[in-house]
Ligand binder design. Structure first.
Ligand code: PA5
Length: 406
């Protein structure tokens, strides 16, 4: 069960009321970008797990050592984050199409040598340069390896319900097709087939994941998401322009990347927006700690705590040269939690207001709940600041320029 907590914030009550109004606007379906609210009701008929998805995942897991998932941005980060959270050492799913690096693709092709493999390509538009080019290379490799007919059974495409380049490619190649509903934008699509197919191939229970997002509305999570959105915007109004999401488990790193896209693309427009950054602690305390403690005071910090559930304890040392025998027998998780408390106290004292989200021990259902919590916070927070949290004109501008220059 999620728990959000915040310190006293001067103008908080005013922003809490704005959050209520923003939530009503979101629910009314009359706010900016309301044609992209398909993610808001996880239980809506359009969001049911698509027919054949679980079967395809089982088939690819059984017939492939590696499934290469090709996609970028919203067609990549959600799946990557969930897999890292729930199957941190997953080797069954690898990602491609996340850059224009030829050497990364060459290394991947070498890695596939002697391995059985399949492809999942996730692209809503089908015309995004990075995944389109990676798909060309990997599709050619697949056909070279298996022949055209057998290769066709090893490709799944996740794209627009109708039309689009990727759908044309899929139809021409007789590939199986899954869809991202028209009313769900890339960064809100993790619980659609865009995220569910890759995570199911990684062996994650997608029913439990979806169960967590469905259960969301039944708890006080909505109210807590409004608290979080209100606290963010109240702090922004008070001059805190950056939000550092501080994470304490290495397998949360990609959750941080997903968070950055979600909030950065949703709020960074019309000359405003909180700049989202993520910190991987405690490692970054030894690199960014100085700045956090003592640099420009224009940030607030959101601590995201999750207990890893690990039972590992610190061993006793016969010589105790390092002087840490007083920690012998203590769980690493407990020491990690002390690091959070110590950091929070130090940074607060240094003038960085601290919010905290406690995610408990996130299993598949807990991760579903966490994703829905952040997406709702983001939609509400964007509406409070008056922007359209569901478009991305800046990303489209890059894509257009890229095409022109090429
Ligand atoms: O959130 C977004 O809209 C973007 O990050 C897109 O997901 C990303 O650019 C990939 O687009 P597409 O799925 O059309 O290939």
């Amino acid at each position: 069960m999620l728990k959000f907590s915040k310190p006293e914030i001067a103008n908080y009550d005013e922003y809490r009321e704005k959050a209520e109004a923003a939530y009503r606007l979101l629910r009314s379906g009359t706010g900016k970008g309301s044609e992209f609210l398909g993610w808001l009701d996880p239980d809506a008929e359009q969001n049911r797990i698509e027919d054949g998805l679980i079967e395809t995942a089982a088939e690819f897991s059984a017939n492939s050592d590696i499934t290469v998932v090709i996609g970028i941005g919203g067609s990549y980060l959600g799946a990557k984050a969930v897999i890292e959270l729930l199957v941190p050492d997953c080797t069954r799913v690898v990602f491609a199409g996340t850059s224009l690096s030829g050497s990364a693709l060459e290394r991947l092709i070498k890695r596939l040598d002697g391995k059985e493999f399949s492809l999942v390509v996730v692209s809503k538009s089908g015309t995004t340069t990075e995944p389109a080019l990676a798909f060309r290379v990997l599709e050619r490799e697949l056909i070279r390896r298996y022949g055209e007919k057998a290769a066709a059974g090893r490709v799944a495409v996740v794209t627009n319900p109708e039309g689009g380049a990727m759908r044309q490619i899929a139809e021409a190649g007789s590939y199986r097709i899954f869809t991202i509903p028209d009313n769900i934008g890339g960064r809100y699509s993790v619980l659609s087939s865009a995220g569910l197919l890759p995570v199911a191939i990684a062996g994650i229970d997608v029913l439990a994941l979806r169960g967590g997002s469905s259960g969301f509305a039944g708890s006080d999570n909505i109210s807590q998401a409004l608290d979080y959105a209100a606290a963010r915007q109240a702090l922004y109004a008070a001059g805190k322009k950056f939000e550092a999401l501080s994470l304490f488990e290495p397998n949360f790193q990609y959750f941080g990347e997903w968070f950055k896209q979600l909030f950065g693309e949703s709020e960074g427009k019309d000359g405003k927006g909180i700049l989202p950054v993520s910190l991987n602690l405690t490692a970054d305390l030894h690199s960014m700690g100085q700045y956090m403690q003592d640099g420009e005071r224009t940030m607030f910090e959101t601590f995201l705590w999750a207990d890893s559930g690990a039972a590992l304890t610190v061993p006793e040392s016969a010589h105790n040269f390092d002087g840490f025998n007083h920690l012998a027998g203590r769980r690493f998780d407990g020491i990690n939690r002390i690091a959070l408390d110590a950091t929070k106290a130090a940074h607060t004292e240094g003038g960085v207001p601290a919010l905290e989200i406690n995610a408990g021990i996130p299993d598949a259902a807990g991760v579903g709940e966490l994703l829905q919590f952040f997406m709702l916070t983001c939609g509400v927070s964007g509406y409070i600041s008056g922007v359209n949290p569901f478009d991305q004109p800046g990303v489209e501008a890059y894509k257009r320029n890229m095409k022109k220059l090429m």
